[in-house]
Design a protein around this ligand. Structure first.
Ligand code: 13P
Length: 252
């Protein structure tokens, strides 16, 4: 399966940033397209504008969160159906910033993942340990528990992507060692096989946390790394496209 390079713009981007998106559309040429799936998850305010500009480039668009319900009295929230209606084909759920800032539990994340599939979207389900959990030797256990609680087993495995994002690596410039990435991704792969049987082998497991053009090749070459979820470096075409090119250059 092609690697997936997904950009999470978080709460960044005004209409002026559409020029960067245009540059990404222009740079996602036929060669890159044949080797890598590219996705941008902008703030919802830019989703429809990007959907118009994406043209036939094949860049996928996604949301950064959704409510579990289809519609209703939930001021400020957005449903998975609304993301689909705006031109999105995926949604990130359970990002550590949502788990921390909005007190989202894994149970809530699982309900959002179900909502994503109900709306026909791909669910990108995030897991990851904090620095203290890693230092205490609990990283595998914490991530395993999050995964079991956040990934409903009755989901269609072909519509699920997992993103492993160590909280301490997000926006810090720090990354785990390649050995740690390999260990964690193998652990997640084994759990997915327990949950989904043979279908678990084909679920993409993205790495996220301080991915940059300079470290992308090494991180993306690790076993069971099926792509990257990129924050800061996804805001500029000059950073994001080289990450996609690094993914394309890896012989699998
Ligand atoms: P950074 O790439 O800025 O570290 O963010 C990673 C992330 O949280 C993507 O969802």
């Amino acid at each position: 399966m092609k690697p997936l390079i997904a950009g999470n713009w978080k709460m960044n981007g005004l209409s002026a940033s559409l020029a960067e998106f245009d540059a990404m559309v222009a740079g996602y040429d036929v060669v890159l397209r044949s080797a890598v799936d590219l996705m941008v998850c902008p703030p919802t305010t830019l989703l429809t504008s990007m959907a118009v500009r994406v043209g036939t480039s094949g860049i996928a668009l996604g949301g950064q969160d959704c409510h579990a319900a289809i519609q209703g009295a939930h001021t400020g929230c957005i449903s998975a159906e609304m993301i689909a209606d705006a031109g999105g084909t995926s949604v990130i759920v359970g990002h550590s910033e949502r788990r921390a800032d909005h007190h989202e539990t894994s149970e809530m994340v699982a309900a959002k993942a179900k909502a994503a599939l109900r709306a026909g979207l791909l669910a990108i389900i995030c897991v990851g340990e904090t620095k203290s959990e890693r230092l205490e030797g609990k990283a595998l256990a914490v991530v395993g528990q999050q995964l079991k609680e956040s990934v409903p087993v009755d989901l269609d495995a072909s519509r699920v992507v997992i993103a492993y994002e160590p909280v301490w690596a997000i926006g810090t410039g720090l990354t785990p060692t390649t050995a740690d990435v390999i260990e964690m991704h193998a652990h997640i792969r084994a759990l997915l096989s327990d949950l989904f049987g043979a279908a678990g082998a084909s679920i993409r497991i993205l790495y996220g946390g301080s991915v940059k053009p300079s470290n992308a090749a090494e991180l993306l070459s690790a076993a069971n790394v099926g792509g990257a979820l990129v924050g800061g470096a996804s805001l500029k075409a000059a950073d994001f496209l080289p990450i996609a090119q690094a993914a394309a250059a890896i012989v699998r």
